[in-house]
Design a protein around this ligand. Structure first.
Ligand code: TXA
Ligand code: MG
Length: 318
């Protein structure tokens, strides 16, 4: 199994040798390799069993480094970068030739982000190369938010896991880019649309829900536990599935009278940030418990609630 620790020099050395290292970020854990080394990048796809049409995000330590690998010219994107980096924002920027095509699946733009985690920032400063890193889970499964999640699923395929504790946002980054003259959001995530619009005004949602493998990005079914999962009004769902052993993922003060329910409460206080932190952990635990089905409350469609609902819908899609 992979070693877990906080040795940044050791991690840097492995990455420079073309090996895979799991890195903590504020959103979810990433499975990192040297983005400039095609063979190393290839091994990310192999370890995750990820199709090559699904491009990777590169991670860098500061805006000057971003400009070495991509064109950050649009004033609105620059403003977002200055306001929200390091943080849960990924920008799609025209790529420079130095980024191998395997990273972008042959697309003209590269996805870039400066993550907000002290250990990973230290690592990025030390190695001074971009790290390509998708979430550190097998393709299509729930993203990891603590080292044990990575160890459980990919421990035998990677060399080292940096222990950065539990992720303090718990949802992947929000992905933004320019199309024509519009600023578009391609993935809802840990940075709320309201926060983005408070800086640059209205943005367009281009949230893909495709099962077409030619379309990169957002597959219809993703973040999915292996058990059947349904979302909606929780009490209706419980009635409908009353003959089965049920796990419930709920939100707010809920007191169920049904016997034998396995209950995971995202946030009793109805705090969306707390719900985001708990979401992927509970999806995993619900998948591992004795229940046959997982029933989930739909959250309010505001702030981080939108991204949480997006993840739940994809987890429910078959
Ligand atoms: O928070 C995050 O973004 C985490 C941490 C590790 O940084 N990373 C992450 O990576 O969620 P991943 O690979 O699981 O999701 C990246 C998404 C994919 O849906 C991918 O298709 C899309 O970003 N993407 C990456 N590069 C792209 C590009 N050049 N054009 C369009 N979509 C792109
Ligand atoms: Mg992912």
């Amino acid at each position: 199994m992979a070693e877990i620790g906080k040795n940044i020099d050791f991690a840097a050395d492995l990455l420079l040798k073309g090996k895979l290292v799991a890195i903590p970020t504020e959103t979810v854990y990433g499975l990192a390799a040297n983005a400039l080394n095609e063979k190393a990048v290839l091994s990310i796809f192999e370890a995750k069993q990820r199709p090559f049409f699904d491009p990777l995000i590169i991670h860098l330590a500061d805006i000057d480094s971003v400009c070495e690998y991509a064109e950050l010219k649009d004033e609105r994107l620059k403003k977002l970068a200055k306001t929200f980096w390091p943080g849960p924002l990924t920008l799609l920027l025209p790529k420079k030739d130095i980024i191998p095509n395997i990273v972008t699946s042959g697309l003209e733009r590269v996805a870039v982000r400066i993550p907000n985690h002290p250990l990973t920032l230290e690592l990025l400063k030390k190695i001074n190369i971009p790290l390509a890193a998708p979430s550190a889970n097998p393709f299509g499964y729930v993203s990891p938010t603590k080292p044990a999640h990575v160890e459980d699923q990919l421990g035998n395929k990677i060399d080292y896991i940096i222990d950065g504790g539990s992720c303090n946002i718990g949802l992947e980054s929000t992905i933004i880019g320019i199309e024509g003259d519009a600023v578009c959001v391609y993935r809802l995530g840990g940075l709320a649309i309201e926060d983005i619009e408070s800086i640059i005004g209205k943005v367009e949602l281009r949230i893909n829900s495709s099962s077409d493998p030619k379309a990169p990005g957002q597959l219809k079914s993703h973040y999915a536990p292996s058990k059947p999962l349904f979302i909606g009004d929780i009490n209706d769902l419980i009635l409908r599935h009353s003959t089965k052993k049920i796990a419930v993922i709920c939100f707010g003060e809920e007191n169920f009278s049904n016997e034998g329910l396995i209950v995971f409460n995202l946030s009793r206080k109805k705090n969306l940030a707390e719900a985001a932190i708990n979401l992927f952990k509970f999806l995993r635990e619900a998948d591992e418990c004795l229940a046959e089905v997982v029933l989930c409350h739909q959250l309010p469609d505001i702030g981080l609630g939108r991204a949480i609902n997006d993840r739940l819908k994809r987890a429910a899609a078959r």
